[in-house]
Write a protein that binds this ligand. Sequence first.
Ligand code: NAD
Length: 406
Amino acid sequence: MQNPFENAKKQLELAASIAKFDHNFIERLKSPDRYVEVSIPVMMDNGKQKIFTGFRSQHNNSRGPYKGGIRYFEQVNLDEIRALSFWMTFKNAVVNIPFGGSKGGIIFDPKKVSKAELERITRGYVKKIFHLIGPEIDCPGPDVGAGSQIMDWIMDEYSRLSGKKQLAASTGKTLSNGGSNGREEATGFGGGVVLREVIAKNLISSERKTIAIQGFGNVGKFLAEAVRELGWKIVALSDSRGGVYNENGIDLSLAEAHKKKTGALRDLSDSKNISNEELLELDVDVLVPAALENVFTLENAPKVKAKMIFEMANGPTTPEADEVFYKNNKIVIPDILANSGGVATSYFEWYQNMHNEKWTTKEVLEKLEKLMSQVFADVFLVQQKYKTTFRNAAYILALERIQEKM
Ligand code: NAD
């Protein structure tokens, strides 16, 4: 298993070797400002106490309060959390919002506990990291396994402990508890805007473009909807149980209804079942990892036929696979650019909470569209200047913005 934090540092070193940055500045970014491991004692429904392990890594706050999600996952570990906090610093700088980067997690499977236990675990975690977080210090948001209900509990527990209601103590909350309109679709929608800008710059050329998407959760689904708006042909989709393929294009509404009914995509009518491995090797214009980290490795990267890899998941490409893509003339649109619409809208939520405002979905998506077009234009300028990959360009842009503040 690749160590994601080592991968993140390799990406940093590569970008720093292309544009000249101060050595001490780069070294400082190689370790988070602070990270903690906490033990969370929780009374389970059966009356017995169980100790859970949680983490919070605060990577850098030179551009604003630390900001990053919380992952509830059985295999989560400190290296993963440190890497994810590192990527948040860079993503927030690329998308140009006034936040630094952080990430947190608790080792457990949220599907294996009751709702009451889930609430006690969440509130227990907030108690343990209370002195480290807050609207203007470090603001948690959702990530794998931790959705809006959990964000509501975090905000509520933080407010309780601090003695006053503080809506901006977390983002990704339900609408009735200070959540933002448009947050649900934001990441996929933002990816769609970036894809549109990619076409406008003629970075891929065929007439009716084909696309394959791995992962059909929040991100994959809304990206697929955005792609449909662009008039592209979605030839393959997948989830954890496998994929489906139709060379004439998958009917998205049918796929959504089938997944809702059966819990999986496979056996979709008019489509052929394929494996996730097969999906990654399809001859399509654009391949979208929208599920997990470390999807592309030295083993499968040489088999990728797609012209472009559009990273909606965080960290799907290992540095070794990145090198293969570069040698094979593949364009990679990196995660910190492609999926940054999610955190941009978290910033919109935080801003609305801090200023006691409530924007409509239309207002949120209009602001997001403008922001994402600008983000792509900014990265494109750097990419043209250094004649390098989009990943390096995004890192260089982020480094310039972070350095300015440090
Ligand atoms: P999700 O849990 O809603 O969906 C994940 C999807 O991936 C599901 O369809 C699941 O079945 C599928 N999946 C899981 N294991 C798989 C496997 N081995 N092969 C193929 N598919 C598999 O999660 P999400 O919110 O859509 O997040 C997906 C990715 O996007 C993650 O890397 C996440 O960190 C990243 N991301 C999410 C957001 C956001 O706003 N939700 C923002 C930025 C980045």
